[in-house]
Design a protein around this ligand. Structure first.
Ligand code: PLP
Length: 404
């Protein structure tokens, strides 16, 4: 499937030792490590190309513009969008969702209208909606989950009223690893004439994405979670929707003509890209995506699924283990607690053994309330992780259990 031994050589940071122990990096849900080609692309662009994009007649500006616009095309192809007009560069998933929440509510929602979210959303798919809800008197409705961490689709259907204006749900939960049936969720919403935003922060790095096949209206993801740099992300939007929405921020780049009497806005996607874009980041993100495409997203998905199954089996064998998120369709994220060991103690002690995991509420406090806990330990996997690393995690947990 994948030659993981060779792949690991592309990620220099994986050779680090921490506290004298080989690093086992299992915090990929928070951010992924970068292959050498991505870091080289950043260095190379600053050394050999750097110039502001779009407005320059000179050689460097044109070269930088070419790289930036080629990156848009790479991303379009990666998620199977129809046109590069549908690919908006943002700072990340958070900004993409804020953009939709702000522009959609401004133009398409009135007091008393409703938005449907789910109980497993990251704060970045809750708070932007709450902010506009407070401003405009919009109601938020929440899809419940079962104890395995799966969305209750029958309950979801019952949430629709004639005031429902948009659905915004995560593709993959960053806590439970649940892969939501987004195609079905989208079909149901469309039956009510309601558009859907998919938070793809935790799916785009792991699952082949085809926005046309999903038929989602908006799709958001972050560069840094998909082996690219920090500070760049993507909002996909169907052209028909992006055309309808007002601009998000004002400034250079997003205008056609400006006078003190009247300003006209630029065509898509520039209408949503005020100011100098992160053109080095966009190019480096495209390099990351080319790297993934060369490995094959199907291969990545298959490998990570089998690694997740293996990890689940290893961890479930440990006495006192409680795993949160046992959905039938589950991806690369495992949240757990052991006996009455506090998640922070577990995370801190695993770190001393060289194992990087995340602890806490994972920016999903409403989900923690639903689960009746304050936080978990979370191991999140990548295609560069190995079964040996999972074994190290399992034996470290057993060691810590004895200590307690
Ligand atoms: N949505 C989900 C499901 C996430 O896991 C995250 C980050 O962890 C985000 C949104 C926010 O991503 P970012 O901080 O890159 O904007």
């Amino acid at each position: 499937m994948l030659n993981v031994e060779n792949i690991r050589k592309d990620f220099p940071i994986l050779n680090l030792s921490v506290y004298g122990k080989p690093l086992v990096y299992l915090d990929n849900g928070a951010t992924t490590q970068k292959p050498r080609v991505v870091v080289d692309a950043i260095t190379n662009e600053y050394y050999n190309v750097n110039a502001n994009v779009h407005r320059g007649v000179h050689f460097l500006s044109q070269k930088a513009t070419e790289l930036h616009e080629q990156a848009r095309e790479t991303i379009r192809a990666f998620i199977h969008a129809k046109s590069t007009s549908e690919i908006v560069f943002t700072r990340g998933t958070t900004e993409s969702i804020n953009l939709v929440a702000s522009c959609f509510s401004e133009s398409c929602m009135k007091e008393g209208d409703e938005v449907i979210l789910s109980s497993m959303e990251h704060h970045s798919n809750i708070v932007p909606w709450q902010m506009v809800a407070n401003r405009k008197g919009i109601r938020i409705k929440v899809i419940p989950i079962n104890d395995q961490g799966e969305l209750l689709v029958e309950d979801y259907k019952k949430l629709f009223t004639e005031r429902t204006r948009i659905v915004s749900v995560t593709h993959v939960s960053n806590v439970l690893g649940t892969v939501n049936p987004v195609k079905e969720i989208i079909r149901i919403a469309h039956d009510h004439g309601v558009p859907v935003l998919i938070d793809g922060a935790q799916s785009a790095p792991h699952i082949p994405i085809d926005v046309e096949e999903l038929d989602c209206d908006f799709f958001a993801f972050s560069g840094h979670k998909i082996y690219g740099p920090t500070g760049i992300g993507v909002l996909y939007g169907k052209e028909s929707w992006l055309d309808r929405l007002p601009p998000y921020q004002g400034g250079g780049e997003m205008i056609q003509h400006v006078s003190f009497e009247k300003t006209t806005y630029n065509e898509l996607p520039y209408k949503f890209e005020a100011g100098t874009p992160d053109y080095v980041g966009s190019h480096a993100l495209a390099v990351a995506i080319d790297y993934l495409s060369a490995l094959g997203m199907e291969n990545i998905h298959e490998y990570e699924r089998s690694l997740t199954d293996y990890a689940m089996k290893q961890l479930q064998q440990i006495e006192g283990m409680r795993i949160y998120g046992t959905a039938k369709d589950k991806d690369a994220v495992i949240s757990f607690l052991l006996g009455d060991i506090h998640h922070l103690d577990m995370g801190t002690l695993l770190d001393r053994l060289g194992i990087a995991v995340r602890t806490g509420h994972h920016c999903a406090e409403p989900l923690m309330h639903r689960l009746g806990i304050e936080g978990t330990v979370r191991a999140s996997l990548s295609f560069y992780n190995t079964r040996e690393e999972i074994d190290s995690l399992a034996s470290a947990i057993k060691r810590l259990k004895q200590m307690f």
